[in-house]
Design a protein around this ligand. Structure first.
Ligand code: C2E
Ligand code: MG
Ligand code: MG
Ligand code: MG
Length: 299
């Protein structure tokens, strides 16, 4: 009856609550432990970079590689950047971690160049907090000087929201980086909220179409329209356009047919360790040369 039902509901409600509270404190403890681990991860050399190639659609050559951070946690194994970059942002640890990424990527690209690979750009992701810090410009200039990498072979990937946070200040920093010879691109384009009037003022070289617009090509008509529009917009503004998250031949064909300049995605390669990346670059350079540069295709 009603009373019994009521007290049952209360009891199970309480049990659910207790269960929920235990779960919650577990999750919080987990996050605290992760935060604590993050504090020591640079000093303990638990980070490494994986590199994902970016191909020119026409020649099939590797024109760039994106450096992607990996955290090999002593107990948890590989922790995804989607999980720890937000924590690093919150705690400010992104500043030393970002500096480590920048330096490692510059030294690595210089080593590839010294090993005789054809020149290509290394792209480094910059997060909002890192971009806001005045130290970024100095970090970049030191990383270039210490590694000896040519500035034109370094690109920084910014996001729309990061730039729009404080447009005037961002434009100043972007101009200072451009003056050093560093390339700039907008990552995850189409998911942020930059205005077209702001976009035309960005001193950037490339737009990266966000993978959410590529994923459902060719099935999704709206995504196809968006991808086509970003390509056309980029070209009107004299920018190169690269698609990320390309996983299938159909996606590649669609993007190629609409004039997309470059592609990055599992279809060609996942992010890989440096030695594997060097092998991919050599293979692509050889194939493009063997089949006559302009006709060679991305696959
Ligand atoms: P992002 O910069 O947009 O990087 C692209 C992400 O898509 C990478 O995930 C990459 O592994 C993944 N990806 C590439 N091709 C494909 C594909 O064909 N299919 C699918 N499903 N995914 C693909 P990852 O490495 O897990 O990185 C996630 C995000 O974490 C990055 O997104 C970036 O925002 C951030 N991140 C990674 N490394 C760094 C870093 O060194 N510094 C900062 N600040 N952020 C980083
Ligand atoms: Mg990126
Ligand atoms: Mg992206
Ligand atoms: Mg991103």
């Amino acid at each position: 009856n009603a009373d019994a039902a009521m007290s049952h509901a209360k009891a199970s409600g309480r049990n659910n609550f207790e269960f929920y509270a235990a779960e919650m404190s577990g999750a919080i403890r987990d996050e605290l432990a992760l935060r604590e681990g993050l504090r020591h991860a640079v000093a303990r050399s638990e980070f490494h970079l994986a590199y994902q190639p970016q191909l020119d659609m026409e020649s099939g050559r590797v024109t760039g590689v994106e450096a992607l951070i990996r955290w090999q946690h002593p107990e948890r194994g590989l922790v995804s950047p989607a999980q720890f970059i937000p924590l690093a942002e919150e705690t400010g640890l992104i500043v030393p971690i970002g500096e480590w990424v920048l330096r490692t990527a510059c030294f690595q690209n210089k080593a590839w160049q010294d090993a005789g690979l054809p020149p290509f750009i290394v792209s480094v992701n910059v997060s909002a907090r890192q971009f806001r810090e005045r130290t970024l410009i100095a970090q970049v200039s030191l990383a270039l000087r210490d590694s000896g990498l040519e500035p034109r072979l370094l690109e920084l990937e910014l996001t729309e929201s990061l730039v729009m946070e404080d447009l005037d200040k961002a434009l100043q920093s972007m101009k200072a980086l451009r003056a050093m010879g560093v390339q700039l691109s907008i990552d995850d384009f189409g998911t942020g909220y930059s205005s077209l009037s702001a976009l035309k003022r960005f001193p950037i070289a490339r737009l990266k179409i966000d993978q959410s617009f590529v994923r459902d090509i060719p099935g999704d008509e709206e995504d196809k329209a968006i991808a086509k529009t970003i390509i056309a917009l980029g070209h009107e503004l004299n920018l190169k356009v690269i698609a990320e998250g390309v996983e299938t031949e159909q996606q590649l064909e669609f993007l190629r047919a609409h004039g997309c300049d470059e592609m990055q995605g599992y279809l060609f390669s996942r992010p890989v360790p440096p030695a594997e990346l060097a092998a991919l670059v050599r293979m692509r350079a050889g194939e493009a040369a063997a089949s006559g540069q302009p006709e060679a295709r991305a696959r």
